[in-house]
Ligand binder design. Structure first.
Ligand SMILES: [Zn+2]
Ligand SMILES: [Zn+2]
Length: 160
């Protein structure tokens, strides 16, 4: 069973940075939004809405999936979370600093891609070659994660 990381969540929710960021967004800090935000900030997993709903429900048992969807959309609109399109189901990211992702085609895991830290250089080059003014980009690569590579290797060795 996944334990609700309660102490961490509480300490996160009262952090000054978090609070200030929230005030700037102009959104009212409801219990639902705070819980959703805390779940997303406490994980690096890029979860789907259903998983977020399951976590938030431990704190707010009466919340509905529709409310979670609506609040996620509002949080994304104000830039407090990022909505990810990495193929398949929509995923959510608590890290709002622009960054790219790599997706496993076998298990669906999504990881942050720090090696492409040179995002600005990429945008500059695209701007030069296309004539566009580039404001931002969201890039994802697809592949097979290390764990799935090991599992596939095991599968083939047992077949042989
Ligand atoms: Zn995988
Ligand atoms: Zn991410």
């Amino acid at each position: 069973m996944v334990q609700w990381p309660h102490e961490r969540i509480v300490s996160m929710s009262v952090s000054a940075d978090h609070r200030k960021e929230y005030d700037l967004s102009g959104l009212r800090l409801t219990a639902q939004r705070r819980a959703i935000l805390c779940v997303l900030r406490a994980t690096t997993e890029h979860p789907e809405a259903g998983w977020i709903y399951e976590q938030v429900r431990k704190e707010l048992p009466r919340i509905s999936l529709a409310t979670v969807y609506r609040n996620l959309a509002q949080l994304a609109e104000t830039g407090l979370v990022t909505e990810l399109d990495v193929g398949g189901a929509r995923r959510w990211d608590g890290q709002v600093k622009p960054h790219d992702h790599i997706v496993c085609l076998r298990c669906g895991s999504v990881e942050d891609l720090d090696v492409l830290a040179d995002r600005e250089r990429l945008e500059e080059r695209v701007s030069q070659s296309s004539g566009f003014i580039v404001y931002t980009h969201q890039l994802y690569l697809q592949g097979l994660c290390p764990r799935c590579q090991r599992e596939e290797a095991l599968d083939t060795s047992t077949e042989a």
